[in-house]
Design a binder for this molecule. Structure first.
Ligand code: HAM
Length: 459
């Protein structure tokens, strides 16, 4: 037996089904907003994260999985995906070729050497979006609303959206100066991390979790007193848009985020499950002003967010938001004898291309064992195939819950199954065998008995 690496976990069976469900809902939402998929490598040059996430962040200072490859290059397992997405957009020259904003979504594993605890892993999965080439705060509001809508589509009610602004360069410089003055007289009594943060990026002190330090942080100057007119206006526009969209939010002036690339609006989605468990932020993001140019692109601004799939799956399981995920098999085919077994391979395939989820017993088991197997697979119907049935070109369909049985001819098999299984919206790949000369102009694919014709001119 080999143990899992600390901070990692297997995602298997029902859990994997939940992840797929979450990812599908998040992807579908992104597509509704006109985003296109990006898949970038898990390994990137270490320099990319130093430049983007920033050398004052905990992620870069303490949490990166960095190693030298056999060619002597410093490589890092991505701790987040934004930097890689922006790099890919720059490399592909999308900023020269596309209408702004350039919009991408992504899903995949990230790696951070953190202390594992509830909702915190060393390998975890993110779904995220980036919207780049932003010139209006309305676009930031749209990004935030898209994150909120995704959570609503997943079935969340009562998500807490925390927002803040880190202002523009001018506001932030003035604010940092005020923070340095304020913390200067307290820093000797603060934790060692804060002492380092004071030197590297004083804003980070606002994020300190040490209870004694938090008392000091409480009375620190607030960013709202240092915002330039422009920064104030942008933040007001975003808040008004959220009000207009009926999206509730809390302004939290201590929200600074743990990555260095942010400027302007930052936000986090929080949710406490009905079991009272708080897994940390389920998603978070913000506006970035310089990230694209620091990675070699033009001076354009962006905004995005990422959701933690592990955290979403945990709170959704706690609150039964997955109730629609059933794991049933439509049909279990039960062949009796060698001839029927061979024939059943074909029958099962015919049912699959007709849109039914179907399994078949190929191991030559007896009836009672096959019924047990069908039960374990949560099968709804069994189709029993024996020599008699093959000779007479007919099948026995059995409802496994009510035990009701029907005899149908092979010609009527699909019609009967459609009726029994309430066939709705599933695709029939009935084929005209390319035997029509409609030049793709016919409606054979749409006809009731032939939904989704599979001949080459269709789909
Ligand atoms: P982040 O806040 O570091 O932001 O991570 C986003 C989300 O990933 C978190 O809200 C959380 O749900 C999940 N997450 C982070 N660390 C862990 C962990 N150790 N275990 C489990 N889940 C975790 C970013 O990564 C930014 N790239 C988001 C962004 C996109 N900003 C702009 N665009």
């Amino acid at each position: 037996m080999f143990n899992l690496v600390k901070g990692t976990h297997d995602v298997i069976l029902d859990e994997a089904q939940k992840y797929t469900y979450i990812e599908n809902v998040l992807q579908n939402t992104a597509q509704l907003f006109g985003y296109k998929e990006f898949r970038t490598p898990i390994i990137e040059t270490s320099e990319l994260f130093l430049r983007s996430v920033g050398d004052s962040s905990d992620i870069v200072r303490k949490e990166m999985y960095t190693f030298e490859d056999k060619g002597g290059r410093s490589i890092t397992l991505r701790p987040e995906i934004t930097a890689g997405i922006v790099r890919s957009m720059v490399n592909a020259k999308l900023f020269a070729m596309q209408d702004y904003p350039v919009k991408g979504y992504y899903t995949g594993p990230c790696f951070r050497y953190e202390r594992p605890q509830q909702g915190r892993y060393r390998q975890f999965n993110q779904f995220g979006i980036e919207c780049i080439g932003i010139t209006s705060p309305h676009r930031d509001a749209e990004v935030i609303s898209m994150g909120f809508d995704s959570l609503v589509f997943l079935g969340f009610e009562n998500v807490t959206l925390k927002i803040n602004t880190l202002g523009d360069d001018e506001s932030r410089e003035n604010y940092k100066k005020a923070l340095r003055d304020y913390f200067g007289s307290h820093i000797e009594n603060m934790c060692n991390d804060c002492k380092e943060r004071y030197q590297l990026n004083v804003l980070r002190i606002l994020d300190c979790k040490d209870p004694d330090d938090q008392e000091i942080v409480k009375n620190a100057p607030k960013i709202s007193d240092f915002l330039s007119e422009n920064a104030k206006q942008s933040f007001e526009t975003i808040k008004k848009d959220l009000d207009f969209l009926n999206i509730p939010y809390e302004v939290d002036e201590s929200l600074v985020r743990g990555l260095d690339y942010y400027s302007g609006v930052v936000f986090e989605f929080h949710y406490t499950s009905s079991k009272g468990k708080n897994y940390g932020a389920i998603g978070a993001g913000g506006h970035y002003g310089k990230l694209v140019s620091e990675i070699g692109g033009p001076e354009v601004e962006g905004c995005g967010y990422a959701m933690g799939i592990e955290r979403l799956a945990s709170v959704m399981s706690d609150d039964n938001l997955f109730e629609d995920l059933t794991d049933t098999t439509d049909i279990y085919v039960m062949p009796l004898g060698e001839r029927a077994t061979a024939a059943s391979l074909g029958i099962a395939n015919y049912l699959r291309v007709s849109g039914y989820n179907c399994e078949v017993c190929l191991e030559g088991k007896g009836m009672s064992q096959m019924f047990k197997k069908a039960e374990r697979r949560n099968a709804l119907y069994a189709i029993i195939v024996g020599d008699n049935e093959l000779d007479n070109d007919e099948f026995v369909i059995k409802n496994l819950a009510s035990q009701e049985q029907f005899k149908v001819s092979s010609d009527d098999l699909l019609k009967k199954l459609d009726e029994l299984l309430n066939f709705e919206g599933r695709k029939h790949f009935e084929c005209c065998d390319g035997d029509c000369d409609c030049d793709g102009d016919c409606d054979c694919a749409e006809s009731e008995e032939n939904k989704g014709c599979c001949c080459s001119h269709k789909e």
